[in-house]
Design a protein around this ligand. Sequence first.
Ligand SMILES: [Zn+2]
Length: 192
Amino acid sequence: MKEMHFEDAATKDGIWPLPEDRLRIVPTSGSPGTFWEDRGDRRHCGVDLYATTGSKVVSTEYGIVLEVGIFTSPRIVPYWNETLYILVENESGLCTKFAELVEVDVRPGDRLRSGQMVGRVGSVLNPEKIDDEAPAYIKSLKDKGDSSMLHFELYRSRPKVSEKYLGGNWFGPGKPPGLLDPTDRLVAISKE
Ligand SMILES: [Zn+2]
């Protein structure tokens, strides 16, 4: 990726991934959707940026699309809708995952400018299918009506597939190799 160059020095930290979002709230300690949030039997691998379903999602920096795939599906968990993810390798070598999307506008191999539209925010949860068997944090999301968001993950390098990782959560001991906390980065971008 050395052949790519930064043309817009004004955006050194990157571009906020939700151009229609004026509030730019990054969940931090204690609030739902924080990085590594303890969800009982699982931990949250990313940061949730709440947004209306259908909101535009743009690339935060220059990069190349490594993968596009299914992130959640009712075939895996009955109360999930089908949503998609995009994995991008940034010029810095870090990898960003944009997930819980209803629409994806890029393909593997595409080169991205910072601020380029990559897809639209979707909604993972199907409220009609959430019953008493669902984890408490899922039921609380349903009660609040907050189920549409961009799930944002950051990795030191391309993440490996693991059976302990599902729908943006990590089951079991340890941590996904190379997983980084994107909170400080997102907070910096939110102030650009
Ligand atoms: Zn999430």
